[in-house]
Design a protein around this ligand. Sequence first.
Ligand code: FES
Length: 131
Amino acid sequence: MGAAIAGRWRGRAGANTTRRMAPPYERHVFVCTNRRPDGSPRGCCATKGGDELRLALKKELDAQEVKGVRINGAGCLDACERGAAVVVYPEQVWYGPVTTQDVQDLVSTHLKQGQVVERLRMALPIVRKKD
Ligand code: FES
């Protein structure tokens, strides 16, 4: 995977694109930390522990010495009803609801070993409520 990505990645816009650089990360994990006003029918990941989840994932990556993974806080991923929502790229695997109780398994199974944690995979389709 790394070599295929490295071949396409050329750096930031405006940078010297005549030299290719190694991609800084093999995986990006986006954790929704969006907050909506109290009483919103869709709810939000902030009230379902999104911030705590993001921090716990970062801490667990360090604890398990996993390299090449970037944990990013994200705005609404439009999966609010299944939050806290997490998506892992480049595999495009959506997880939710995810809690801090799931962090150790998510890191060891997916981010370290590259295998999807099926029990956490987001159920689709998402039936959305109006805001
Ligand atoms: S608030 Fe998290 S997916 Fe919408």
